[in-house]
Write a protein that binds this ligand. Structure first.
Ligand code: NAP
Ligand code: ZN
Ligand code: ZN
Length: 358
């Protein structure tokens, strides 16, 4: 496959051209490096379940899938060229890119550094367009990215840790932001629902913040891992007795589940005034019983990734606490298999594509 010819920097990625297609090599152009841009040689790209939802068109019509699609929004690599006005990076630095690469820069959200909520709609790293609403964006399953320095992150980590840093750019910030916003810390009983890519980051971060952490999982085989990740307790959500014993016991639940599930079941585990934040995005709407909320004065909320300042804060927090993602490093020819395994919850705990050697 080849994108229509254009000016710019020739690069190579891996794309799907339809919802039911396999990944294949894809040659395309990145834009030339402008005064405020940096060119990144991509080393590692994490596989987020959002990549799967979009590559397989599972979020339509809410999020249309644009093909050919080069997914990937958990990106780390080396800066190999900087524009004349770049101040945050120099050649040789390690940089990261998360879920968006531009926004309007003028609205209240952009001024507040929560660009993911830009009222004009931010430019997503892939399956989207630049702010011109014309030029398609292609993601991190590729050799290079050209991005405005304001939308890239500084990464300070030894080279050996970089595969485990890549998933912080989405899984890390998506869990850090709501944990922080809702005051997770010492004395709080916190449950992480779903022990996948997001979930295992949620466990590590909530433990580092000092909370008492329980994993709510459908996979009893993950109990030992949950404890190794630092969780204090593990509840098999499909075990009626274990679930009943946990009723009313959590101040806060972070729901990272990718598949359709019953929110009412999880809400029943909150204590009085408890808060559940949804970050997982199943493909179907799910019924909500008002009684699940009103009886215990409970809050059900949502959260979308995090802005650039908070993403940098999260990376610095992770560096201080020696937190990285647990990864399985793969070659690009394994992406289709990795997708199938992720859907079966068979990943411990993030697939990361080695683009450095691809
Ligand atoms: P993932 O690695 O596949 O993890 C999802 C986990 O959900 C699985 O490991 C599994 O954990 C659990 N699960 C799967 N099927 C289930 C079911 N039927 N009932 C209950 N639990 C089930 O996915 P991810 O990359 O962490 O992403 C999770 C979700 O968050 C996706 O929908 C993704 O699109 C979304 N997301 C949202 C944001 C945001 O900004 N809000 C950002 C990134 C991703 P157990 O084996 O422990 O049950
Ligand atoms: Zn993601
Ligand atoms: Zn804006």
């Amino acid at each position: 496959m080849t994108a229509p010819a254009a000016e710019g920097i020739a690069t190579r990625g891996f794309a799907v051209k339809a919802a039911d297609a396999a990944f294949e090599p894809f040659e395309f152009q990145r834009r030339d490096v402008g005064p405020k841009d940096i060119l990144i040689d991509i080393f590692y790209a994490g596989i987020c379940h959002s990549d799967i939802h979009q590559a397989r068109a599972e979020w339509e019509p809410m999020v249309p899938s644009l093909y050919p699609m080069v997914p990937g929004h958990e990106i780390v690599g080396r800066v190999v060229k900087v524009g004349s006005e770049v101040s945050k990076f120099k050649e040789g630095d390690i940089a990261g890119i998360g879920c968006f690469v531009d926004s309007c820069r003028q609205c209240g959200a952009c001024h507040a550094g929560i660009e993911q909520y830009c009222i004009k709609g931010s430019a997503q790293t892939y399956n989207s367009t630049e702010m011109d609403r014309v030029t398609p964006t292609y993601g991190g399953y590729s050799k290079h990215y050209v991005v405005d320095e304001s939308y890239a992150l500084n990464v300070k980590a030894p080279d050996a840790d970089l595969p485990g840093v890549a998933p912080l750019l989405c899984a890390g910030i998506t869990t850090y932001s709501p944990l922080k916003r809702w005051g997770v810390g010492p004395g709080k009983k916190v449950a992480i629902a779903g022990l996948g890519g997001l979930g295992h980051m949620g466990v590590k971060l909530a433990v580092a913040m000092g909370a008492d952490v329980t994993v709510l999982s459908t996979s009893p085989s993950k109990e030992d891992d949950a404890k190794k990740l630092g969780a204090h307790k593990f509840v098999n959500i499909r075990d009626d007795a274990a679930r009943a014993a946990a009723t009313g016991s959590f101040d806060f639940i972070l729901d990272t589940i990718s598949a359709n599930h019953d929110y009412n079941t999880y809400l029943s585990l909150l204590c009085l005034n408890g808060v559940m934040v949804i970050v997982g995005v199943p493909t179907e709407p799910a019924p909500l019983n008002a009684f699940s909320l009103i009886g215990g004065n409970k809050v059900l909320a949502g959260s979308l990734i995090g802005g650039i300042p908070e993403t940098q804060e999260m990376l610095d927090f992770c560096a201080r606490h020696a937190i990285t993602s647990d990864v399985e490093l793969i070659k690009p020819d394994y992406i289709d298999t990795a997708y199938d395994r992720t859907v079966k919850a068979d990943v411990r705990y993030r697939f990361v594509i080695d683009m450095k050697n691809a």
